[in-house]
Design a protein around this ligand. Structure first.
Ligand code: CMC
Length: 431
């Protein structure tokens, strides 16, 4: 088959260049501009990477206009309904759904890597008692490379796999320990008889004095949220992990950089920001006032949990979770909680408002995830940490894919320089 090309012409001098047009298994055609600078002396400009692909990836596919999200080809709706989080983790890491034996072995490996070294624990003491758990996560996960020297050869695929297992297994332990440090309670060790999500809840809420038995509903909701948050192709934090990894940094450092990027309220920090916003609005009677502020370009206030760079029709994760969110709220004894009433009112009003409809600003996954976590009594400061636990799977899948890619090079964007033209140094006494 002859290669498809596209011709670009510079209208100012008539110079033309023919560039290859690439096509993946799904999605739009992609113009390969790698030779553009050498052929034409021109860079491209795309702040925010609105139309720029940074890699080839076989992990996740999103069609934002159609509201499609697939992990390794499987629609998110099917995985959300039928799969377990670790089954999805296996799928994202290895490319195929596991057989029963493969899943059993994978669960065993994750379970038996869930403890952290006792010396890692002493790290927590260095943080102020009320440090935000995300700040602790960035520090402690970044520090892991100082503890696990035996698997740090990034050119060895087996070492990369061991690091992936360690990170996926230890994230819930580190996350729960960040919370325990924050509230001044002793850390709780993982339990090998519990599954991934139940074990996390046990480490969060048990104390040495009292066992904690999580409700089936809580385990089910967290399993679902972890599946929905496990990967989302080249989002800000995943791109950060890839960019960090492109310099051949170790995986623990790369994941720490991903956690830092995820923390921002425009990304994973949105679920916490949704709850802060609901607290700020305070009452249903204030919804119109805040909606007007969200539309006012001179006011920095935005409706957190609304809008998405890629989804311009609906966020399929939000559609799945919205149903569960409503189910959980209805099943709760205090479903008349004014905050939940406020959230549902805001959802309804924004969905009908011309400004939001015109700009295709729908509630995204994190509008509902924050509300569900609150309903499950997860503390607000842990919402983004929960996202980080789940997304570690996607980050590691992307990092491993990148490390295996023969085309992989250090990431190095270009710029339009807008500073001074060349000027001469002025000695200090002449300034
Ligand atoms: N409230 C009010 N106006 C908004 C909002 C919002 N939440 N989001 C976008 N807009 C407006 C924006 O002002 C712009 O208006 P105009 O065309 O008149 O200038 C238009 O909608 C397009 O927005 P944008 O900022 O150009 O869109 P973006 O793709 O750069 O940003 C976003 C996407 C998610 C950062 C943004 O919608 C936002 O800040 N949302 C709130 C934060 C949030 O919920 N983030 C979680 C995303 S889902 C979880 C994840 O995967 O990270």
């Amino acid at each position: 088959m002859t290669e498809k090309t596209i011709t670009l012409t510079n209208n100012s001098n008539g110079q033309s260049v023919e560039l290859p047009l690439l096509k993946g298994t799904a999605g739009p055609e992609v113009m390969d501009i790698t030779s553009l600078y050498s052929k034409m002396g021109i860079f491209t400009f795309d702040p925010g990477f609105v139309a720029t692909g940074s890699c080839r990836s076989a992990i996740t596919y999103i069609d934002g206009n159609a509201g499609k999200l697939w992990y390794r080809g499987y629609p998110i709706e099917q995985l959300a309904e039928k799969a377990d989080f670790l089954e999805v983790a296996y799928l994202l890491l290895y490319g195929e759904l596991p057989s029963k034996d493969q899943l059993g072995e994978f669960e065993h490996i994750i379970r038996y890597h869930s403890m952290i070294k006792e010396t890692v624990k002493s790290f927590f003491d260095g943080f102020h008692f009320n440090a935000h758990p995300m700040a602790v996560m960035v520090g402690v996960v970044g520090s892991l490379s100082a503890f696990y020297h035996d698997s740090l050869d990034i050119h060895n695929p087996r070492h990369r796999e061991i690091s992936a297992h360690r990170l996926i297994a230890k994230m819930p332990t580190i996350a729960a320990a960040s919370y325990k440090h924050n509230i001044g309670e002793p850390f709780i060790y993982p339990r090998n008889d519990l599954d991934y999500c139940a074990n996390f809840l046990h480490m969060m809420f048990a104390t040495p004095c009292e066992e904690y038995v999580p409700s089936k509903l809580a385990v089910k909701a967290i399993n679902l949220l972890f599946i929905l948050h496990a990967d989302h192709e080249q989002n800000a934090s995943t791109s950060t992990v890839r960019l960090s990894g492109s310099s051949q940094a170790n995986p623990f450092a790369c994941i720490a950089s991903g956690i830092a990027s995820l923390w921002g309220p425009a990304h994973g920090g949105a679920n916490e920001a949704v709850l802060d916003m609901l607290t700020q609005i305070g009452d249903v009677s204030k919804v119109d006032e805040y909606l007007a502020r969200a539309k006012d370009k001179n006011d920095p206030f935005r409706l957190m949990g609304f809008g998405h760079r890629v989804y311009k029709n609906h966020d399929p994760r939000a559609t799945i979770i919205r149903k569960v969110c409503h189910e959980i709220l209805e099943s709760m004894t205090d479903s008349n909680n004014p905050m939940f009433e406020l959230a549902l009112r805001l959802e309804q009003v924004a969905l009908e408002d011309e400004y939001f409809v015109e700009r295709k600003l729908y509630p995204n996954v994190d509008f509902y995830s924050g509300i569900i976590y609150r309903a499950l009594n997860i503390p607000t400061s842990m919402f983004t940490v929960m996202f980080a636990i789940a997304r570690t799977v996607g980050w590691m899948a992307h990092w491993m894919e990148m490390m295996d890619d023969p085309q992989q090079r250090i990431g190095r964007p270009r710029q339009i320089y807008t500073g001074y033209d060349k000027r001469d140094y002025v000695p200090l006494d002449e300034r």
